[in-house]
Ligand binder design. Structure first.
Ligand code: TYD
Length: 201
């Protein structure tokens, strides 16, 4: 099963991903966790370029670099793992591109979606958790002093990203579960676990 976590920076995705990994492993499942961009040598190198404040990247180059990192991760790691019945938990996937490059950077959504399709070559998450959190709360929680290149895009960018996530989630309610991550870590964890069919049989 392929499960992805989405949401703005500071929403708690990474924490919840680790908690879900632990729960699944306790039940005897094999699990790998990944992050996007990243997960292979090439994709980690692309990540460094994308997040560095020294990089001067126009919006289309940014879109294509995220997709290049993704294509490499999908073919080399995600697809082989799924073929071996390993649970794949990924911190961000193509919904991030639709939200950040589509809604955030305002690149034509058809172009973004076509690039998503090319990069994943038919792969789709079975389940996606969108961890929803208001911008001010997310900012308070993340306490980061050194913002990366994307995080430096500013509040109006993030407001568009949040709106984007809402619309993306509404388009695919079967796949994308909206989880309010305003409460405690434990509450959010329990909401997530309720939505994993294999844990509720
Ligand atoms: P990361 O440090 O992983 O952020 P977070 O901890 O919030 O997940 O950096 C990933 C950044 O890249 C994050 O700001 C979101 C952005 N991003 C995109 O803009 N488009 C994408 O397709 C992906 C995967 C990430």
């Amino acid at each position: 099963m392929f499960i992805t976590f989405e949401g703005i920076d500071g929403c708690g995705k990474s924490t919840q991903l680790i908690l879900l990994k632990e729960t699944l492993e306790q039940k005897g499942f094999k699990v790998i966790t990944l992050r996007e961009p990243g997960g292979t040598q090439l994709s980690e190198q692309i990540r460094d370029i994308l997040l560095s404040n020294k990089s001067q990247i126009n919006d289309i180059s940014e879109l294509l670099l995220f997709q290049a990192a993704r294509a490499n991760l999908v073919e080399n790691i995600i697809k082989p793992a799924l073929e071996n019945d390993i649970f794949v938990l990924c911190d961000r996937f193509y919904d991030s591109t639709t939200a950040y490059q589509g809604y955030g950077r305002m690149i034509d959504l058809d172009i973004v979606k076509t690039c998503n399709i090319i990069a994943v070559n038919g792969l789709k998450p079975d389940l996606t958790f969108y961890l929803k959190l208001p911008l001010d709360v997310a900012k308070e929680r993340s306490h980061k002093r050194d913002l990366d290149r994307i995080e430096n895009a500013g509040d109006s960018f993030y407001k568009r990203v949040l709106l984007g996530y809402e619309l993306i989630a509404r388009e695919e309610p079967e796949r994308i579960k909206i989880i309010c991550s305003n409460g405690t870590i434990e509450n959010t964890k329990n909401e997530i676990l309720k939505n994993i069919p294999i844990l509720n049989q």
